[in-house]
Design a protein around this ligand. Structure first.
Ligand code: F6P
Length: 322
């Protein structure tokens, strides 16, 4: 292994830059040459390679987004696209790849390494925290803190007006951001795809609140909840409870930006360095993660397809403390 390349792909996440920095600096520390691939898999297909030096990653550990840019590549889903990508890797004499991203990134990497003989190590970079084989993905902690800051602010106006707020947070198929921000934000209820959303019970809760003169409430809704997003839930609730004074806030992409928390930077540094170590140890087709503060490796297939369970105790807390 003489020359490695690093890319970011899929939705960006705060802490990706800290991870790029770790891959580049760990690689240089081990006397490897390190290349950055711009724009995710699209850049691999189009030959967008840049040589990374020590100074290329100076002053980025605190920055959100990704200096390498990212994409959700449709072309990489085709055999032709992947063949072009491989040709560029060969032309640039790349011996191993570190791919920072989420589910889609690893799905592409798994197919690619089966077709072409090049080792790939994945690093979980997504705010969704939906990958098996790591306690937390890079960006999750920052996203939760961003959501929490918004929830705290919305609470001020909710209390002042005596209103219910349905706050939608990101999480395409999972409720990790919703559950953590709901517990930390003292929400009255949290609706996530992993648990059955019982609208009737929610309606009963609002009735009980009314009777006990509790005038405001915060309901955190994961965007992927099976009953719909926050607007949909509000609509359904108004049918059951027409007098409900409510508003909806969709937090959206604000959750993907901003300076990463210390936790995300440390995790990103551990995982980026762990990915380079793994390549040098001859590992391939695995995702590096951090479990109980230790770097661990999980085969791509398991990381993608094994469902990571939500913390049952957090669910208990959300219910008992509301
Ligand atoms: O995968 C991360 C994520 O932020 C999801 O929570 C969200 O559903 C999706 O990306 C949004 O993707 P895009 O920015 O491509 O619309």
């Amino acid at each position: 292994m003489k020359r490695i390349a690093v890319l970011t792909s899929g939705g960006d996440a705060p802490g990706m830059n800290a991870c790029i920095r770790a891959v580049v600096r760990a690689g240089l520390h081990y006397n490897l040459e390190v290349y950055g691939i711009l724009n995710g898999y699209n850049g691999m297909i189009n030959g967008e390679f840049v040589k990374m030096e020590f100074s290329s990653v100076a002053n980025i550990i605190q920055r959100g987004g990704t200096i390498l840019k990212t994409s959700r590549s449709e072309e990489f889903k085709t055999v032709e696209g992947r063949t072009k990508a491989y040709e560029h890797l060969k032309k640039n004499a790349i011996d191993g790849i570190v791919a920072i991203g989420g589910n889609g990134t690893f799905t592409g990497a798994e197919i690619f390494t089966k077709e072409h003989n090049i080792p790939v190590i994945g690093v979980p970079g997504t705010i969704d925290n939906d990958l098996y084989g790591t306690d937390y993905t890079i960006g999750f902690d920052t996203a939760v803190n961003t959501a929490l800051d918004a929830i705290d602010k919305i609470r001020d106006t909710a209390v002042s007006h005596g209103r219910t707020f349905f706050i939608e947070v990101m999480g395409r198929d999972t409720g990790f951001i919703a559950l953590s921000s709901a517990v930390a934000g003292g929400a009255e209820a949290v609706l996530i795809p992993e648990t059955e959303t019982k609208l009737h019970d929610l309606g009963e809760m609002f009735k009980a609140f009314e009777q006990s003169k509790r005038s405001f409430s915060i309901i955190v809704v994961a965007e992927g909840d099976e009953e719909g997003g926050a607007f949909e839930i509000q609509k359904k609730m108004l049918k059951l409870h027409p007098g409900l004074q409510s508003r909806v806030t969709i937090l959206g992409h604000i959750q993907r930006g901003g300076s990463p928390t210390a936790f995300d930077r440390i995790n990103a540094s551990m995982m980026g360095t762990g990915a380079v170590d793994a390549l040098l140890d001859g590992e391939r087709d695995k995702m590096v993660g951090v479990e109980n503060n230790k770097v661990v490796l999980t085969p791509f297939h398991e990381a993608i397809f094994r469902r990571k369970p939500v913390n049952e105790y957090f669910l208990h807390l959300a219910e008992v403390l509301s």
